[in-house]
Write a protein that binds this ligand. Structure first.
Ligand code: PGA
Length: 254
């Protein structure tokens, strides 16, 4: 059975105190209310990651992760944070290639492939993001764009390495816009991605791959998304900034 994962990407939100309060609330609510059908990942800014990782260390269902990492191992790269540093504070996941990194920081697939390597070298799990812009969807190019992102970012990996990859499909037009892809649109893309992986690797790798959907996931639409056969979780932005809405999304996983 493949793993279901609901992750909260805080982006550049919450000061330290607010972040600590949010984690305390989420961990407490999950302890009281949760049966554990999904793994939960909290992805705060770097400044909070050490503290968050320690706070969730004892939790049965909650893990922590980073929003980005360097493609270099160490050295004179001012302002960068390595995958080894992330691993050393107890985090387990790293988002690679979020559309905001692709868009505002010019991160391209070949560069992201090196980040994926850095993540895997340090025994972490990469959440590799892919997704088309509105323009690309309207031009009917979304499958082509997704295929390129996935092929160039991931398909240099061995079958064994692929077991430490999660793919997040995040249509750019649905991120932070309140516009969710319809369940049919998301399911169609998720099935396409799983099939790509099957063609490159095999049935087992494809069937075990966790594919998250991201883009305006809310408590109101989560259950319907999660009911689709190829949607194995969510990467949540805005709704992850409040404990109630985030925990309700987590609990929507059947
Ligand atoms: P959103 O962000 O839930 O605010 O749309 C999702 C993401 O960017 O991961």
């Amino acid at each position: 059975m493949r793993k279901k994962i609901v992750a909260g990407n805080w982006k550049m939100n919450k000061n330290f105190e607010e972040g600590m309060a949010l984690v305390t609330e989420i961990v407490g609510m999950l302890n009281d209310e949760y049966q554990g059908s999904a793994e939960v990942v909290l992805i705060p800014p770097f400044t909070h990651l050490n503290a968050v990782s320690r706070m969730v260390a004892e939790s049965k269902w909650v893990k922590s992760g980073a929003q980005n990492c360097s493609n270099h191992a160490s050295g004179a790269y001012t302002g960068e944070v390595s995958a080894a540093m992330i691993q050393s504070v107890g985090a387990q996941y790293v988002i690679v290639g979020h559309s905001e990194r692709r868009q505002y920081f010019n991160e391209h697939n070949d560069w992201l492939a090196r980040k994926v390597d850095a993540v895997l070298t340090n025994q972490l799990i990469a959440i590799y993001c892919c997704g088309e812009t509105l323009e690309e969807r309207e031009a009917g190019k979304h499958f082509e764009v997704l295929k390129e992102q996935i092929t160039q970012g991931l398909f240099h990996l061995t079958q064994e390495q692929m077991s430490n990859i999660v793919i997040a499909y995040e249509p750019v037009w649905a991120i932070g816009t309140g516009k969710t892809a319809s369940t049919q649109q998301a399911q169609e893309v998720h099935a396409f991605i799983r099939n790509l992986v099957k063609e490159k690797y095999n049935d087992t790798v494809a069937n075990e791959l966790t594919i998250q959907y991201g883009g305006s996931v809310k408590p109101e639409n989560a259950a319907e998304l999660f009911a689709s056969p190829d949607i194995d979780g969510a990467l949540v932005g805005g709704a992850a900034l409040q404990s109630r809405s985030f925990v309700d999304i987590v609990k929507a996983m059947p």
